[in-house]
Design a protein around this ligand. Structure first.
Ligand SMILES: C[S@@+](CC[C@H](N)C(=O)[O-])C[C@H]1O[C@@H](n2cnc3c(N)ncnc32)[C@H](O)[C@@H]1O
Length: 215
């Protein structure tokens, strides 16, 4: 679910890595400290890791580098091909945040970077409920993504981007399902997670949610 953006990613796959390296001025601030953000998410993960929205495999690389056992889920065929070419032995599935094949065993953490905003807030709730059922107490969700503090923060960011003349970025911010910390905190807590947020650049926050008790 939340697959309406897949054609865009099939097209973007070819030059995605140029964008994240800061070569596209419009998205430079979104991907500021991209490598550091991925590294941090990987370091916060543990054990057997389920990764959603693997893209070209940049977070996957960090996870593998730390010796994690990784199960990847990616709905874009072109993105999957890119990642498969880098990590031939990776368990990589066609799926999305909510619908994905059965995994061979229990997992200890669920990670994702720059992707959770493809779900509406209702879909985010469905996803976190599902992960709450999958994880044992102490299991973790570690996501990094663009999030707004609140609606005022969102409006201010739209104003800045408009002033910068970044029409594509503005369109993304207005049309994709970017949410607020308030909404995310509520979703995680309702489903039995204790969550912490840390701001990593002007757009991106890391959220680290630890499963407290079985629901
Ligand atoms: C901006 S890229 C991020 C890729 C990688 N995680 C990174 O940090 O570079 C977003 C990825 O999420 C994938 N995606 C889009 N909708 C999705 C969904 N509903 N469930 C899982 N992944 C999704 C896209 O195909 C794309 O590969």
């Amino acid at each position: 679910m939340g697959r309406e953006f897949i054609p865009l990613f099939d097209e973007w796959a070819e030059f995605y890595d140029e964008t994240v390296s800061g070569q596209d001025a419009e998205y430079k601030d979104v991907f500021e400290n991209y490598e550091g953000i991925l590294k941090l998410v990987a370091q916060k993960s543990k054990g057997r890791v389920l990764e959603f929205g693997v893209g070209t495999g940049n977070l996957t690389e960090k996870l593998i580098g730390l010796g994690r056992e990784v199960y990847g889920v990616e709905p874009s065929k072109v993105m999957r091909e890119k990642t498969k070419a880098r990590f031939m032995n990776l368990e990589l599935y066609d799926g999305d945040f909510i619908q994905f094949p059965n995994l061979p065993g229990k997992i200890d953490s669920i990670v994702s970077t720059y992707a959770f905003h493809h779900l509406t807030d209702d879909e985010k709730d469905t996803a976190i409920k599902l992960y709450s059922e999958m994880l044992e107490t102490g299991g973790k969700i570690v996501f990094a993504d663009t999030v707004f503090l609140n609606e005022r923060d969102r409006n201010e960011r739209h104003r800045i981007v408009k002033e910068q003349g970044y029409e594509n970025l503005l369109k993304d911010l207005q049309s994709e399902h970017y949410t607020t910390l308030e909404v995310l905190k509520q979703i995680f807590e309702i489903h039995g997670f204790q969550v912490n947020f840390e701001k990593l650049n002007s757009y991106v926050w890391v959220m680290e949610a630890v499963k407290e008790n079985k629901k």
